[in-house]
Design a protein around this ligand. Sequence first.
Ligand code: GRF
Length: 190
Amino acid sequence: MTKLPIGVFISGRGSNLKSIINASKDLNFPGKISVVFSDNPDAKGMELAYENNIDAISLNINDFKDRNYFEEEILKLIEPYNLELICLAGYMKILSKRFIDKFSGRVINIHPSLLPKYKGLNTHRRAIENKEAITGCTVHYVNENLDDGEIILQKKVKIEDDDTERTLADKVLKEEHLIYPEAIKLVLKK
Ligand code: GRF
């Protein structure tokens, strides 16, 4: 099977990147990671790219006049990879409409809540404070609004009485690692 080229954008730890790398080693997985991009050269996830011989690019937005110039440079650098899909995996910059339009329908993101609930940061803390019984994670298409866009896959996680922000984050993250590769399969097989 010909594997379609995927780009993964990260800013930090890269545990979702790791789950995608592992999944893509399966011969039947429809994609392969051609390039990892980070807006933070020190992101821990970059090591995973190096270890797995995946091209890795990083740019610091502060080296550019504004976000447009930053994104123009990203587009220039990833152009040769002919990416079929861009997967945001803990990427902490908001992409402009212009960038998203260039990859129309081909940028997806993972978010640690059951969207549309708890967009933005500190999702687990807010879910616990609001005494939710259930939370979870979502893979969705990216549009110009934060944590918006059509939902591809979700997984629910039960919140126990003794859950803390930390324990809940760990439980949800385990599910993230399962649904992100599944969602990529769904999108690439469309
Ligand atoms: C994940 O919880 C993801 O849902 C959110 O940022 C976190 C990234 O973690 N968007 P990692 O870098 O993949 O370990």
